[in-house]
Design a protein around this ligand. Sequence first.
Ligand SMILES: [Zn+2]
Length: 77
Amino acid sequence: MAEKGNRVVQGRMVTPGSLAELIEGDSVMDAEPIEDANRECPDCGGSVLSVGYMPSVMEFVTGYKCQDCDWKTTDRE
Ligand SMILES: [Zn+2]
């Protein structure tokens, strides 16, 4: 019954856009489908999701978010 591409993070349903905004801490212009990052959270060992998104016209970022705790990061240098 979940919409395609939606996932559960910390007990809440997120869309690609809302997950990207959670990671960015701000609104984003566009987001790609959520994927499994195939890595473990360094804080709790939980599953990590990845989502590619555009915080602005000039920038594309891949963000990572743990499904079980507050841990998050991006591939920004
Ligand atoms: Zn975690």
